[in-house]
Design a protein around this ligand. Structure first.
Ligand code: SAH
Ligand code: SF4
Length: 348
């Protein structure tokens, strides 16, 4: 019998391209934090540097509606949250925000909202094509589960990317957390988006109640098998007006370990240092950038709306986008990295 490699050797093998098994992923997710700091994050950082370079790509996000027809237990936008003051941004304000993203030198806009059927297919298409024409930005949509015909129409209107997190690979946990969403629905959407030639983003939430390391390992294997171009890996943050109000938040170390493993396993995926992680702890963003992340998504939603886009509480709402960008540039330079230029598509 061959001897089992040490944790450090296992990470070295993964860094050199070995495919990790489910049991090995579980083992590395359970590393003591000091070992993760000593050799897991540095390995992920090295793969990040080799595979996608030192540029940190920026995506400007506009949260254009907080209306949602779903009832996900973890999310402050869920339809049962009667305390939320709902909004839909007028098209002209969305276009103006897109213009500010372009003027800031950022090449991509992410349009995100709750699942809101108020917007017809045609309205989304008009919005996408006007943004393309007026600002030239690469358009990413993050508006939930739609039909293949919808996705086709958005694509023809000029949308190139789509973000739809699978949230959790466990069918049991998915049913509990998203009682009104069919398990497998997001996966068929993700496959359809891939077939239609979108750059596809998926991801999970770390620290949902009932989540186990085995479920996280399956999340990582799913991300790899989907060959997703973008991976959003962020901690659960409890919202007071949801059924999960008193559940503890996801942990920094669990999030960083999952992110680092995602980098080792996929090599070239674009992986953001999520806003949720930056909300969990002030040093969340730089720590993620040193554990495999290569993307940041500055918020360009006008302040009057932004404070009402309360998926989870506690986001830093004081930052004007331009002040935030200045501080972000300094932070990136301090890490020895550069600010990405151009659309920052996935390098395969
Ligand atoms: N309605 C769309 C987009 C908005 S929600 C959708 O569901 O895809 C965007 C993401 O916010 C979700 O994918 C989910 O992963 C995340 N999210 C929601 N509530 C959260 C919470 N309480 N803590 C952390 N992330 C949360
Ligand atoms: Fe709606 Fe998305 Fe929140 Fe679920 S996660 S309630 S679909 S906004």
């Amino acid at each position: 019998m061959t001897e089992r490699p040490s944790d450090r050797d296992l990470v070295r093998l993964a860094r050199e391209g070995k495919d990790l098994t489910r049991a090995e992923i579980v083992r590395l997710l359970s590393l003591p934090d000091s070992d993760a700091e000593a050799f897991l994050y540095p390995a992920a950082d090295a793969v990040r540097s080799e595979a996608v370079g030192d540029a940190v790509h920026l995506r400007g996000i506009i949260e254009f509606s907080n209306c949602c027809e779903r009832d996900c237990l973890y999310c402050g936008l869920r339809r049962s949250n009667a305390r939320l003051n709902r909004y839909r941004m007028p098209a002209e304000e969305i276009l103006a925000a897109a213009g500010r993203i372009r003027d800031a030198g950022i090449g991509t806009v992410v349009l995100q909202s709750g699942e809101d059927s108020f917007y017809s297919r045609e309205e989304i298409c008009t919005l996408v094509s006007r943004i393309r024409e007026e600002s030239g930005l690469v358009v990413t949509l993050s508006i939930g589960e739609k039909t293949p015909q919808d996705y086709r129409a958005y694509r023809e209107a000029g949308a190139d990317r789509y973000l739809l997190k699978h949230e959790t690979s466990s069918a049991t946990l998915y049913r509990l957390m998203r009682p009104d969403s069919a398990p497998g629905g997001r996966l068929s959407c993700l496959r359809e988006l891939g077939r239609q030639g979108y750059e596809v983003g998926t991801g999970n939430i770390i620290g949902l109640p009932g989540q186990t390391p085995e479920i996280l390992a399956d999340d990582l294997l799913l991300m790899k098998s989907l060959d997703a171009d973008m991976l959003g890996i962020g901690p659960f943050l409890p919202h007071p007006d949801t059924p999960l109000a008193v559940s503890p938040p996801g942990q920094m170390a669990a999030t960083l370990k999952t992110l680092a493993l995602a980098r080792l396993m996929t090599r070239t995926a674009n992986i953001p240092a999520t806003t949720a992680l930056a909300t969990l702890a002030p040093d969340g963003r730089p720590r993620a950038l040193r554990a495999g992340a290569n993307v940041v998504m500055p918020d360009f939603t006008p302040m009057a709306y932004r404070r009402r886009y309360e998926i989870y509480p506690g986001r830093n709402l004081s930052a004007d986008p331009m002040d935030f960008l200045k501080r972000l540039h300094d932070e990136i330079v301090k890490l020895g990295r550069t600010v990405g230029t151009g659309p920052g598509s996935r390098k395969k």
